[in-house]
Design a protein around this ligand. Structure first.
Ligand code: SF4
Ligand code: SF4
Length: 59
C-alpha cells in the first residue's frame, strides 16, 4: 500500500480495516503484515490518499 501526500492522518482507513492492520502515527501510516487486499481502506479514504502498489505500477 502506498500513501500519497494527500493523507491527513485522519485514521478512517485504520478504523475500517477488518484486520486492524493500519496504524496511524503523527506523520506516517504503518501497514502491518497480513493484508487481505479487500481494499476497504482505499474506498473509505476521503481524499484518495491510498493506492495499491500494483495499481500504480500499471499506470
Ligand atoms: S483515510 Fe486516507 S487520509 Fe485518512 S489516514 Fe487513511 S489514508 Fe490518510
Ligand atoms: S486492503 Fe483491507 S486488509 Fe488490507 S489494509 Fe486495507 S482494509 Fe486492511
Amino acid at each position: 500500500m502506498i500513501v500519497n501526500e494527500w493523507c491527513m492522518y485522519c485514521g478512517e482507513c485504520a478504523a475500517v480495516c477488518p484486520r486492524s492492520l493500519i496504524e496511524v502515527r503523527e506523520n506516517s501510516l504503518i501497514f502491518n503484515e497480513g493484508c487481505k487486499e479487500c481494499r476497504i481502506c482505499l474506498k473509505v479514504c476521503p481524499v484518495q490518499a491510498l493506492e495499491k502498489e500494483e495499481d500504480s505500477e500499471l499506470s
